[in-house]
Design a protein around this ligand. Structure first.
Ligand SMILES: C[S@@+](CC[C@H](N)C(=O)[O-])C[C@H]1O[C@@H](n2cnc3c(N)ncnc32)[C@H](O)[C@@H]1O
Length: 331
């Protein structure tokens, strides 16, 4: 190695990136972050509370220190602020279920070299198959990711003071947007279009939040279900555009434009990349997930969304940061 050659550590860490998914998924499976938050501070205490081997607890703690999710002070372990906010169970933005889910998905990546050669899925694409059990697992696990975005979107739209608005949430999943928006505005009503088993999950959430009386569901495929004409003030399309290709998105945006009342707004939430594809980091790498799982999906650029929305009849398009996602609002 010459003096000016970079050290191999970074590349080695990336080659072994699955260690991070594994350690994080195992720690979430055994509620380690929750036990740490509740006062367990040593491998011994964690092993007792989580009912795991002390050797296992110590190995996870070492891994979590390495990942920067747990801090060690004088022999005692504590969650970092990030772990405390996003990995403790029961907190609104907790990604703990998502960490468990991703551990199960890890094996699918062995197909990536073949997928890259083929330019798309080499087995049945999960995101495009109707009414797939995949969604029943994914939707509750990703709900927490939409909490910050839904809150930011409510502010951007001035929802709390908007009065009697009607909302259409296409592919609403867990119903988390409707829950947050109906709580923010007691005069608002929301309709979610999704597969029947997913709508059942959403109805349970809305009932738990005490807003089910203003929530309706339409069961079906959004590609073929009529959205209606001039019915809604707000239409939402969150984390769907990445599973569709350009033509599919223009087609849906056009039908959403028709479904909106004059002056109504469409809100798209997704992982949006810069026009020169130089960033941001999360949306750039998320494209590999869509190559693996969808026939035409990807992470689209701001300019793509602008072009498609203008084609669909929208005039005023703006972008709002909701990291790692972006909100696209058009009227
Ligand atoms: C990635 S999840 C997003 C959920 C929610 N919008 C959010 O942001 O939290 C995608 C959702 O779209 C739904 N979906 C996907 N394809 C669909 C289709 N063709 N028709 C109806 N719903 C669909 C799935 O069932 C799932 O609930």
């Amino acid at each position: 190695m010459t003096d000016n050659q970079p050290a191999p550590d970074g590349v080695l860490r990336l080659i072994n990136g699955y260690w991070a998914t594994g350690v994080l998924g195992a720690a979430a499976t055994h509620s380690l972050f929750t036990h740490l938050e509740n006062g367990a501070e040593t491998a011994d205490e964690l092993a007792t509370r989580a009912d795991i081997a002390e050797r296992g607890a110590q190995t996870l703690l070492d891994g979590l220190v390495s990942l920067g999710l747990v801090a060690l002070h004088a022999g005692r372990y504590r969650n970092t602020p990030e772990a405390s906010a996003y990995l403790v169970e029961g907190k609104p933005a907790s990604l703990s279920s998502f960490a468990k889910l991703k551990l199960k998905h890890m094996g699918a990546l062995v197909a990536l070299p073949d997928v890259v050669r083929a330019g798309g899925p080499v087995t049945d694409p999960t995101t495009e198959v109707a009414d797939n059990p995949h969604w029943e697992e994914v939707v509750p696990a990703i709900a927490a990711q939409s909490v910050p975005a839904a809150t930011i979107a409510a502010e951007v739209l001035g929802l709390a003071d908007a009065g009697e608005v009607s909302i259409l949430d296409v592919g609403g999943g867990s119903g988390i947007y409707s829950a947050i928006w109906l709580e923010a505005n007691p005069a608002a009503r929301s309709t979610q279009l999704d597969w029947e088993p997913i709508n059942a999950i959403a109805r349970r959430l809305l009932a738990e939040r005490g807003v089910a009386d203003r929530f309706t569901c339409i069961d079906g495929d959004f590609h073929t279900t009529d959205f209606g004409t001039a019915k809604y003030d707000i239409a939402l399309y969150s984390h769907i555009a990445h599973q569709e290709g350009p033509e599919g998105n223009v087609e849906v945006f056009t039908r959403l434009r028709n479904a909106l009342k004059p002056g109504g707004a469409v809100v798209i939430c997704d992982y949006v990349v810069d026009d020169d594809r130089s960033g941001p980091a999360f949306p750039l790498i998320f494209a590999s997930e869509m190559l693996l799982k969808s026939k035409q999906g990807g992470t689209w650029r701001q300019s793509d969304y602008r072009d498609w929305l203008v084609k669909a009849g929208f005039e005023d398009v703006s972008f709002h940061s909701a990291p790692p996602a972006t909100l696209v609002v058009a009227r």
